[in-house]
Design a protein around this ligand. Structure first.
Ligand code: ADP
Ligand code: ADP
Length: 228
């Protein structure tokens, strides 16, 4: 089966008597281990798609499934990273990563060990005790990625995660993300408005049209794999 499956999904927003279908009868199957990049202009429905898979909202019609089960809300099987790190400012970097592991029957010591391992994976072990505001933007986003990965989600959902970073940091983090994907075999759905980023990262690229919610292209990336 598919890691992620949408069947005839329409998502309609209504405000002040106006309706817009941010997604329109969308069918989409993503297999385990794919690195899918969804690209398209602002307002084309990318965030809506990601939000439906994350469980932030329900489709108006149609079904959304992850690993064969209907999505009914956010869950530890789906890690989410946004454009802004959204770290809790009152917690240390380590505390932020541990947070995602609370309430799941994991002992305090295990939570700490797992969070430290994730921070090590993204190169932040040395700053685990700092508060988010003591870190650069790139480091904060690394911490957000570590937090999303802590529960070991099968699916990683990323909504323009590098858009707010300077170009050099972004390049480095793109490479790190691809190495992480290669090493862990996770399913990644990555949303961006940058064609360059889509082509560089994705094994499969889905292009949405400016008219919201329509897929105009869905292709395996045939760019020579640089270290894939
Ligand atoms: P993208 O992520 O590609 O920029 P979105 O999924 O955020 O696109 O939005 C798709 C369309 O739905 C846009 O036209 C946007 O204006 C509209 N939209 C998004 N959220 C809402 C909302 N809460 N209420 C009304 N319209 C919305
Ligand atoms: P990034 O590339 O993540 O945006 P910077 O370019 O600002 O980070 O910093 C480069 C390196 O300097 C980081 O990878 C980190 O090792 C170190 N560094 C930056 N800020 C701090 C800090 N507040 N505490 C400890 N080390 C830091």
């Amino acid at each position: 089966g598919s890691a992620v499956a949408l069947r005839s999904v329409t998502h309609r927003y209504s405000s002040r008597g106006r309706h817009i279908d941010a997604l329109h009868t969308l069918d989409l199957s993503i297999s385990a281990g794919e690195f899918v990049v969804v690209v398209g202009p602002s307002g084309c429905g990318k965030s809506t798609l990601l939000g439906l898979i994350a469980g932030f909202h329900r489709p108006t019609t149609g079904t959304v499934q992850v690993d064969g089960a209907p999505v009914v809300g956010p869950g530890p099987d789906r890690g989410v990273v946004f454009q802004q790190p959204r770290l809790f400012p009152w917690l240390s970097v380590l505390g932020n990563v541990e947070f995602g592991l609370r309430g799941r029957g994991i002992s305090r010591a295990d939570r700490r060990a797992r969070a430290l391992a994730k921070l090590d994976q993204v190169g932040l072990a040395d700053v685990a005790g700092l508060r988010p505001y003591e870190l650069s933007g790139g480091m904060q986003q690394r911490a957000a990625i570590a937090r999303a990965l802590a529960p070991d989600p099968g699916v990683l959902l990323m909504d323009e995660p590098f858009a707010a970073l300077d170009a050099l940091t972004r390049d480095r983090m793109q490479e790190e993300l691809r190495a992480l994907w290669r090493d862990t075999g996770r399913t990644v759905l990555f949303v961006t408005h940058s064609i360059d980023e889509a082509v560089y990262l994705g094994t499969r690229i889905i292009v949405f049209s400016a008219r919201p919610g329509r897929v105009v292209l869905d292709e395996a990336s045939d760019i020579p794999a640089q270290g894939r």
